[in-house]
Design a protein around this ligand. Sequence first.
Ligand code: CLF
Ligand code: SF4
Length: 312
Amino acid sequence: MDNTESDTCDIQVSKGEDMKRIIAQHPCYSKDAQHKYGRIHLAVAPKCNIQCNYCDRKFDCVNESRPGVTSEVLSPQEALEKTKQVLKEYPFIKVVGVAGPGDPLANDETFETFRLIKEEFPDVTLCMSTNGLVLPERLPEIIRSGVTTLTVTLNAIDPEIQAKVIGHINYHGKIYRGVEAAEIMVKNQLEGIKAAVDAGLVVKINTVLMPGINDKHVIEIAKKMNELGVFIMNVMPLICQAKFADMEPPSPAYRQEVQDSCEPYVQQMRHCRQCRSDAFGLIGKDLSQMSEERRNLIKLEMQKKAEDPGEK
Ligand code: CLF
Ligand code: SF4
């Protein structure tokens, strides 16, 4: 891939951002942080600019959420109000993310939400997960909005393989299909990832492991991510729905084998729980799905941990 003008970004993440602290307090980027710090997802982004063959639009974005659960879409103002309420009650939440239910970059509300959150909570970490189609062109806006941790879902770097995963893309108002769509997608994803790393963002990639489609190719993705300076890779099991409803998901053992083969090239995230796009709390302990009683127990438990950090 040649280095064209578009893969450089003239704006950098502020040098004042303490990346070590940000990573240490990010439940997805640090294994140790997952039991101490939480995240809140704000479901402000309903539209998507591509169609993945494993996605049913009635549900949340399966790149970051469990299917079968439709989130309530919030306006940026509603998202701010929810964040105020949740952060006040659960101060162990240090990350505010937008991860759907569609693609954050296909919805301008994403940026308005980040602006409102940053104004009210200058110290929280802003996180975003995107399919990367328009990442190169929107990267300056992402950085200006204060996002420091960015996830790109990258299922293939070979357009022939990518073409099996996406039905179509809607790029600058035009619909593309097949290998033509896949070529645009892969080019923009790789350009965007490189530019994001170069600009100082801490980049994670999500790769959906699809047996028979990209499973033998995932290691090639890992090698490329090593070259680009990606911080961490999350190999997620396919959730079989939509056009891929009849496929077999990978077994946990096979997923682990693939992760092990990628580990020498890029650090592997192994504690992802494929959370909803409106989840909040600790990973795997989604407060949005809990009774008031259980929430209070978790609140007490976390207060104890904060008072005695030695406690597990
Ligand atoms: Fe959310 Fe994603 Fe940010 Fe984490 S989730 S936008 S990086 S704050 Fe985390 Fe959830 Fe797995 Fe995503 S456990 S689905 S990897
Ligand atoms: Fe669905 Fe997410 Fe793919 Fe868009 S990027 S089609 S919302 S899985």
